[in-house]
Each structure stands twice: as C-alpha cells, then as structure tokens.
Design a protein around this ligand. Sequence first.
Ligand SMILES: Cc1cc2nc3c(=O)[nH]c(=O)nc-3n(C[C@H](O)[C@H](O)[C@H](O)COP(=O)(O)OP(=O)(O)OC[C@H]3O[C@@H](n4cnc5c(N)ncnc54)[C@H](O)[C@@H]3O)c2cc1C
Length: 488
Amino acid sequence: MKKIIVIGAGPGGLAASLLLQARGFDVTLIEKDEHVGGRSKRVSLGEFHFDLGPTFLMYIDVLKQVFERSGYDLEKEINLIKLDPLYKLIFKDHTLELSADLKKNIAMYESMKPGLGQAYQSWLNDQTYKMTKIKSILEKPFPNVFHLFRPDVLKAAPVSHPFKSVYSLLKTYDRDDHFIHSLSFQAKYLGMASYQAPSIFTILPYLEHVTGLYHVEGGLNQINEVMAKLFKEKGGNLLTNTQVTKVLVEKHRVQCVELENGEKILSDVVVMNADFAYAMTQLFNQKDLRKYKKEKTEKKKYSISTWMMYLGINRKLDLPHHEIIFSDDYNQYLKDLMNGKLTKDLSIYVHNPSVIDETLAPQGKSSIYILLPVPNLKHGYDWDEESPNLKEFVYNRIKEKHGFDIKSMIEVEKIYTPSDWMKNEHVYQGAVFNLSHGLDQMLFLRPHNQFEDVKGIYLVGGGTHPGSGLPTIYQSALIADDLISKLT
Ligand SMILES: Cc1cc2nc3c(=O)[nH]c(=O)nc-3n(C[C@H](O)[C@H](O)[C@H](O)COP(=O)(O)OP(=O)(O)OC[C@H]3O[C@@H](n4cnc5c(N)ncnc54)[C@H](O)[C@@H]3O)c2cc1C
C-alpha cells in the first residue's frame, strides 16, 4: 500500500486525508498544533466557543462530494443549519437585509429604487448561466497555459468577462452604491477589494443567495473535528503536536519529511496543506526549488489580514447571525486597505452564532466574534500598539449603530492580530487569504496542485488552485485526490 504524508490538518489537509484513505492509501496526517483545523479551528474561552476563522459556509455541494467520495453522508455526520436571513448590511444611511428567499430580495431592492429589483433579477439570471460555464474550470487542475484553450475554458471566456472587475461588472446592472456593495463585499472573502477582484467572483454572492449559507452546530470548526474523527476511526494515523521542519528532496523528487525531534519519515508522495508561502520560505532547502525560491515567493502579491476579537458576553444580544457595519466612506476605505493603510474608518463584521446555536455559550449568554479586515504584516504596523485603539473603535461603532455598550458586557475576551496568524498558524505575513486572487495569480499562474518544483508533492488549501475559501479548498483536495489516484 502506497504511503502518503499530509502536512497540516487544516480543511484542505483533512479533506485530502479522508479522500486518500478511502482509496486505500496508508495516510499519515501531521499537524503541528494540539488541535486540528488550522485557521478554521475552535477557540474556547471557558464555556464560550468560537470559530477562529471561517463562519460563512456556502456551496456545500463540494463538501458533500468530499464526504460521499470518502464513503460518508455529510448530512448524517454534521448538523447543518440553513440560514435565513443571510446577513444584515449596515451602511451609513441605509440598512439592508438579504434573504435566502430570492423574491424577498427582489422586493427589497425594488423598494430601494424602482428598477433595482429587475437589475438584481438580471444579475441572478446571468450568474446562473455563468456558473454552468465556469464550474468545470474550478473542478479541474490547471497545470499550464495550454489549458486556457480547453473547450470548457473557451466556452467560459465570453461569460466570465476576464478583464472586468467585480465592481465594474456590477455597475453594468445598476450604479446604485448600496446595490453594488451588497453584491461585491464578498470579494473580501478573498482578501481583495471589489474593484480589483476579477468579475468571475460575482459567483460568490450568487452562491450565497441561490445555494444558501449554512451554519454548523458547534461552529464551522466541527467539520474539521468530524473529519479527524472519521479519519482516525478508519485507522488513519493523525500525529498532532508534531511539527514538520523540513521536506527533503533528492533529484527533484521528494524523499522524506523531517520532524522537530529529528525523526525522518520516508514517503514518495507528500500532500502540502501548510500555508504555501510559509512552506516555500521555511520548509524546503532553497536549492531544491526553482519557480518558488524564497526571493521569488516574497515578490508575489498577498491578501490582506484580519484583526479579531472573540468576546464572551454576559447576555443574549439582539444582533443577527451575520452583520457587517460598513465604513462610512466604503470606497475610500477599500482603497486605503488595499494600499496597506490602517484607516480610522474601518468596516466591521460581527458574528453572533448564539442567536441560533445554544451550544456555543452558557445559557442566556453569547459568543460574539468580531473581524476587522486590516493590512498584512508587510505594511509594518505594530499590532500590540494598534489593538487598544481598535478595541475602542469597535465598542464605539457598536454603540453608535446599536445603542448598547458591549464593553460593559464582556466576561472574557481574546484578541488575535496579524502577528498571531503568522506566529501561531504559520501564515506568511499574516496574509490569511493567501496569495491574492488577481488574474496574474490564478489558474495556471497559481501554484499548481501537482507542485511544479518538486515531483511527488501535491498542494491543497487556499494557496493553490482554485483558491482561498472553504469550497475551493475542499475542491483542491478533490483535485489532488484525482491526481494521486492516477499514480496507482
Ligand atoms: C479570519 C478568517 C475568516 C475566514 N472566513 C472564511 C469564511 O467565512 N468562509 C470561507 O469559506 N473561508 C474563510 N476563510 C478562509 C479559509 O477558509 C480558511 O483560512 C481555511 O482554514 C484555510 O484552510 P487551509 O486548509 O488552506 O489552511 P489552514 O487552515 O491554514 O491549515 C494548515 C494547517 O497546517 C498546519 N501546519 C502549518 N505548518 C506546519 C508544519 N510545519 N508542520 C505541521 N503542520 C503545520 C497548521 O497548523 C494548520 O492546521 C477565512 C479565513 C480567516 C483567517
């Protein structure tokens, strides 16, 4: 039986381990942390529980496929809760609530401005068509430039408007700012601004509206916990608290991985789930790399980071499950953020899963997660210095919009900064959404699932094709599984 080592038990590594185990490979999954999940693990402060990172779960078809191919039924293993409403968006002068009921959305947009409901409907129709054309591009590996001439790619080209951004495409439906922002803020899931993100990513709000947004009882982290449990139950070897320090290569082919204690584990197939740029700069001898040597990797473009607050609150709060408080001048804020500037007028994402999930906080209390998109570590901010100001900003902003003083309700709190992402989760420059997703770093220009520099290495996770975000990360595991299965 062929032996496979998977480095990292994040969503990508766990999905790949389950899939490869189901094919009969002897899989050893190595995780440096005590717990699985990586950027998606659980954070607990006493009896208050939080997701460290992802809270929006969409397009569950891909996750279903991972479970199905591995011999499990997703819905039997995980308690998925479909959200309606989807989220509340609070702008300076207007508040919108988006629903899983498309008719409600049409009526809501129409009430904002005559004709806007029709603009939304046209946008939905176009996205439905676009999705049928681009699906296969996301599902297949993209190993070289010639794949641009595949029939499926050629068919997708006219509908994917490769030279338009999310923002400029939406403007063709209606120029209303709230309409555009409500269907483009999702570019931030990729760590980008809507005016930079290629227009193909208008499928993100489409997927939320049409295929739904989900919560998992206990938090999205439970997907990782369940995957790890299933992997171990079937005899999988999960080594936690075990850090890989080197991947050793001979004649361009992987030989073994070396652990912190000096032990070497031989394997001719290694699946890399650790952050791509961290792995290139830390885990390889530079002589073994060609395209992704340290100095080249450092020159790539990276996403923004996030500054986080996890708050145990001493009461139930009248806040929706997902809420975004947009900065007053959102266009300027996006420009500043993308230029690496920490402005005074930030957008805030507030997550209140306790409104539908009793398991996350003691009775009558709430677990609140707050996320501020901020510049990554390349821009030189001292996060110990910035954190007290950011905390005050959050308290004031919530008071201004909701009229209550959240600071006085805090029982426990944890702050997580871009430096923590790098130090604890090995995220290069704290750029939590990986290499950014411009056309110059996508498809065959993104690190390939079958790694170009070293034979026997396969990449999964947000740093490879198709990109960052849970559905695409699970898709990368499906692609790696397909590629590795051909080795037998
Ligand atoms: C704040 C935040 C919010 C997000 N929100 C969403 C969202 O709502 N929806 C969505 O779809 N996506 C979201 N994402 C993006 C993405 O889904 C997550 O970041 C996801 O966890 C990335 O998964 P991954 O498998 O690529 O890597 P990771 O989760 O980083 O997993 C990599 C694993 O490798 C391990 N590792 C690293 N180095 C070593 C080593 N040397 N030896 C052994 N193990 C090692 C790490 O400990 C980790 O467990 C969010 C991300 C963040 C940070």
